[in-house]
Ligand binder design. Structure first.
Ligand code: MIC
Ligand code: SF4
Length: 758
């Protein structure tokens, strides 16, 4: 066990997993009576029991045994606070913690990292000591963004992992089923329990042609997002197949899988191929590549599926890479896509400010050696033509290894030579950890990034910043023109004397010819003597707080609940529990609850984050209103629209409502991770049987949720809405609770059940 939390996934573990494939795949084919998709093979190989596991996609719940868990610092705090209360001596599966989210971008890599170390020392020390004590590998601040580090060190074809971050599917670039979850799901697996989830549907994306020219892997997922929309992947694994796959590098595939989070997919994945083998070798995992070669026929779809995909996938999307153009999506949602060549029409039609105030390259999605190499190739050409960026350009390398290597190979110099600045190897502006001094709040402005999310306020806290997303080379091209409405590919970049400079399509090595330079060591293995490690949570700390169990259900129907809010339009986790400055309180439930619903637009009150106190009609910030109700012993519900809880895996968006007296969230539809998180925390996650019933909720209503003694899987739940005029209406809602989930509701939370049993 001891070596399982080292710098890579041990070959013995990979061998053990592959050893299961022949028999498990045969069982799967026999039970389903048909050939298998690649995702199904990986799932059968990781099923708790392949002989009895439910088979019906999108319907049955099933238990799986993931090979690994990874957590980033902003979610690990709450996950580990929960794990600690389970009273176990160490984690049951290889687990790592990565410090990446808490570093604020402001003045450049070195100084920002130093400031983060000062500002977050208490939290880092907590994570370091908990990791040391419980057998967890710890990656220090500055070592890189979780998903990039996982891809470089731990991901392997045909494996399965969980990560407490929605972009965990990045590891699908190496053929892994890598699923983003809330902390409580990760805690189950760390405690030795299986991961319970709905058997996913499988969407096939058939790639033909070859990527070439200015078209990048990012454009594949931007296109897919446009086709499937932010809801289209919900409950599904998106599996790429077809001859086009081999034209994409392993890190390019990771980009595509990473951003599959934006269409709500459970995860995305590519089959194992030569490009995966090259990447494994370049990252010093030759033995894993050799093993994968041996099992290669299992690490891809069955040929019959490839020949007749419509029969075996729930949906098939066709993309011809030869026809694919560079895309730009946004603002405000990642599925508003159009080719770069058409952006000028969108600017004319929708009045987006065409000048770019900032251009940003990096994030876990697009910060590989190849990404930076292609961006640097554009920069070299620009420099040769006497160009400098017309908009400030910020670069965040994905990992210390990428940073050290691009520095050694001169790629950073190329970018700096046209005016780019380099930030720390961390999330930075992608998660609102960005201190901008160039605009005032409320200033309308346009930014372009190679990131993955673009919800309002996401990057700089300003709702008037319009964020567009494209590939790294598109972002650099646009930084050179300084405008989104110039098609730099066709029309060129205005040169110093006004003439158009035509840039060649970017070309770069996908892997460093001289090998990776690991840079500064950032890994701390678990302690040899865990008993000697003290984990400190200071009483009175504003950053960390030990958790009190949520109260168990009292066996009564929930009656007289207030409607705290009715969310209008998009309600992502960034609306429910914003990040940015609030990342400071991710380990302190009481303090972070002060941000509850502050980004939501509520049908009952103007502005953002306001609600009406029905006791006196006053308008208050929603967190204050919720707290006021809580203190008065008044429980409440929240009502939401489609895809409620889209976005992040942060379980704070479920724990905060629970902690503040929210008993049920009633919506038109949920995003997967958020629904799972609500159930884990003992909140009733209810969906309108008739979506039109959303309209029935009015200001001042009270709500009863009845028949709870008979709560059962598949059985609708009745909600009674009492209006202020004395009338009432009955509404039918559905839920996806299994017997186990109902047990969590009764016990008060999943953690309470774990505590009772361990
Ligand atoms: C994000 O991109 O929103 C985050 C920050 O990485 C989150 C996790 C978090 O909120 O801590 C995610 O995507 O899961
Ligand atoms: Fe970090 Fe942004 Fe990636 Fe989330 S999406 S892990 S905040 S870089």
């Amino acid at each position: 066990m001891a070596d399982t939390t080292g710098l890579s996934t041990p070959v013995a573990l990979v061998e053990e997993v592959y050893g299961r494939y022949p028999e498990r795949v045969a069982v799967g084919r026999r039970r389903l009576g048909r050939p298998l998709t690649y995702a199904e093979k990986v799932l059968f190989a990781h099923a708790e029991d392949p002989h009895t596991i439910g088979l019906e996609r999108g319907v049955d719940y099933a238990d799986y045994r993931p090979d690994r868990v990874a957590m980033q610092d902003a979610t690990a705090q709450m996950a580990l606070l929960q794990f600690m209360t389970a009273g176990l001596p160490r984690v049951a599966v290889p687990t790592t913690v990565h410090c990446d989210h808490l570093i604020q971008a402001r003045l450049g890599a070195e100084i920002d990292l130093k400031n983060a170390l000062d500002a977050n020392s208490e939290v880092y020390e907590f994570l370091r000591t908990v990791s040391a004590k419980y057998g967890i590998g710890f990656w220090k601040p500055g070592s890189g963004i979780i998903h990039q580090v996982v891809l470089e060190q731990y991901a392997f074809p045909g494996g399965m992992m969980l990560g407490t971050d929605s972009h965990t599917p990045n590891a699908g670039g190496l053929g892994m089923v890598a699923i983003g979850v809330g902390g409580a799901d990760a805690v189950d697996v760390m405690a030795g329990w299986p991961f319970n989830t709905k058997v996913p549907k499988v969407v096939g994306v058939h790639l033909t042609g070859r990527l070439s020219g200015w078209t990048a892997p990012k454009d594949v997922i931007l296109k897919v997002a446009g086709i499937l929309t932010v809801k289209g992947g919900t409950g599904a694994i998106v599996e790429y197949f077809g001859p086009g796959c081999e034209s994409i590098s392993a890190t390019g595939k990771a980009t595509i899988c990473n951003m599959g989070a934006e269409i709500g997919a459970t995860c995305s994945m590519f089959p194992y191929d030569d490009r995966s083998a090259m990447y494994l070798k370049a990252t010093e995992r030759e033995e894993i590549a050799d093993l994968a070669d041996e099992y290669a026929h299992h690490l891809r779809i069955d040929p019959e599926v490839e020949d007749d995909p419509e029969r075996f996938y729930d949906r098939v999307v066709e993309i011809d890479l030869d026809q694919l153009e560079p895309h730009l999506v946004g603002p405000h949602t990642p599925d508003l896509d159009r080719p770069v060549s058409e952006v000028r029409h969108a600017v004319e039609k929708d009045g987006y400010p065409p000048e770019i105030s900032y251009a940003l390259v990096g994030s876990c999605t697009n910060s590989s050696y190849e990404d930076i190499g292609r961006a640097a190739h554009v920069a070299r050409q620009a420099k040769a033509a006497g160009l400098q960026v017309r908009s400030p350009l910020l670069i965040t390398p994905g990992s210390e290894q990428v940073r050290a290597t691009i520095e050694r190979d001169g790629l950073l110099d190329d970018l700096e030579a046209i005016g780019a600045s380099v930030l720390a190897n961390a999330c930075g502006p992608c998660i609102g950890q960005w201190k901008r001094d160039d605009i005032e709040m409320g200033d309308r402005n346009t930014i372009v990034s190679s990131y993955n999310r673009n919800f309002p306020r996401r990057n700089d806290g300003n709702a008037e910043t319009l964020a567009f997303i494209g590939s790294p080379e598109t972002v650099v091209g646009m930084a050179l023109t300084g405008r989104i409405d110039i098609d730099f590919v066709r029309d060129g970049v205005p040169g110093p004397g006004g003439e158009a400079v035509h840039l060649e399509p970017p070309v770069a090595d996908e892997l460093p010819a001289k090998g990776f330079d690991p840079g500064k060591a950032g890994f701390q293995p678990p302690a040899r003597d865990p008993g000697a490690v003290d984990v400190v949570v200071q009483p009175g700390s504003e950053r960390l707080e030990l958790l009190d169990p949520f109260p168990a259900w009292d066996g009564e129907d929930l009656t007289g609940l207030r409607v705290l809010l009715k969310a209008v339009g998009k309600c992502t986790t960034d609306h429910i529990s914003p990040a940015g400055p609030w990342l400071r309180y991710r380990g302190h439930l009481t303090n972070i609850s002060q941000n509850l619903f502050t980004g939501v637009s509520n049908a009952f009150a103007d502005g953002h984050g306001n609600g009406v106190d029905v006791r006196d009609g006053s308008v208050k910030p929603l967190p204050d209103l919720a707290r006021g109700y809580k203190e008065a012993g008044i429980d409440w519900v929240a009502v939401g629209d489609e895809n409620y809880g889209e976005g992040s895996s942060r379980e704070h968006a479920a724990m905060e409502p629970r902690y503040m007296g929210g008993r049920a969230i009633i919506v038109r539809s949920f995003a997967r991770i958020h629904e799972a998180n609500l159930k884990k925390q003992g909140v009733l996650a209810l969906t309108f049987a008739d979506p039109a019933d959303y309209e029935k909720f009015r200001a001042g209503d009270t709500v009863d949720v009845v028949g709870l003694a008979e709560l059962a899987p598949g059985k609708p739940v009745t909600v009674v809405v009492h209006h202020t005029d004395g009338s009432s209406e009955e509404i039918r809602t559905t839920h996806t609770m299994s017997d186990e989930h109902i047990e969590w509701f009764r016990a008060g939370s999943a953690l309470n059940v774990l505590r009772q049993q361990s």
